[in-house]
Design a protein around this ligand. Structure first.
Ligand code: B4P
Length: 187
């Protein structure tokens, strides 16, 4: 399986990517997780990414694209992958095509996990209480949702135009959503 997982912040991408990764035996590659690991480790990449993440903005494409290209070239991604949170704008989608072209492979599916604004906001505020992530405050969540609507949402039309888009309802309990995703991918 070579898949991308799209959806607004809080739709459950990270949660479900971990489960799909196990189910299909492919690595889940989360750009958000890679950035957070670098922030925690105090690397130059982390220091660069942190200011954008804390503001709810996208990390610049040249940083993100180079990071994903290097990750897709690793051995464990040769037989498949699930990209969680990438691409996030049309420029990244074009760059992903170029990376996959260079690797001689193609995407099988683009999965959009849908959830409404009220639900995702509630989930992220709940996560803030548990994990205290710097980008889970109300003003930053609002900004992330704006960025999603402007930059990321157009990707659904991009992938639909290629016949690759599958939409899955992200509301309901976590197991229920996983079952929907597995059924959608297996089609
Ligand atoms: P991400 O890490 O991708 O963060 P996210 O969109 O909020 O999704 P996440 O995966 O964490 O949350 P999930 O929906 O699983 O990005 C963070 C930042 O990194 C971005 O703002 C940006 O700055 C940067 N970045 C990342 N990728 C980039 C790119 N490609 N280009 C540029 N910048 C990039 O879950 C949310 C919460 O909901 C969790 O607490 C979970 O437990 C809960 N939940 C999940 N499913 C649920 C369900 N069914 N019911 C109830 N709660 C549920």
């Amino acid at each position: 399986m070579r898949a991308v997982l799209l959806g607004p912040p809080g739709a459950g991408k990270g949660t479900q990517a971990a489960r799909l990764s196990e189910r299909f035996g492919v690595p889940a590659i989360s750009t958000g997780d890679i950035f957070r690991a670098n922030v925690k480790g105090g690397t130059p990449l982390g220091r660069r990414a942190q200011e954008y993440m804390n503001a709810g903005a996208l990390v610049p494409d040249e940083v993100t694209n180079a990071m994903v290209r290097a990750r897709l070239e690793e051995d464990d991604a040769a037989a498949g992958f699930l990209l969680d949170g990438y691409p996030r704008n049309p420029e990244q989608a074009v760059e992903l095509d170029s990376m996959l072209g260079d690797l001689g492979v193609a995407l099988d599916v683009a999965i959009e996990l849908t959830a409404d604004v009220d639900e995702v906001t509630a989930r992220l505020l709940k996560r803030a209480e548990i994990e205290g992530r710097a980008d889970d405050t109300e003003p930053v969540i609002r900004k992330r949702l704006e960025v999603y609507a402007t930059s990321t949402a157009p990707l659904t039309a991009f992938y639909a135009g290629r016949g690759l888009l599958v939409q899955v309802d992200g509301l309901g309990d976590i197991d229920e959503v996983t079952a929907r995703l597995v059924a959608a991918v297996a089609r």
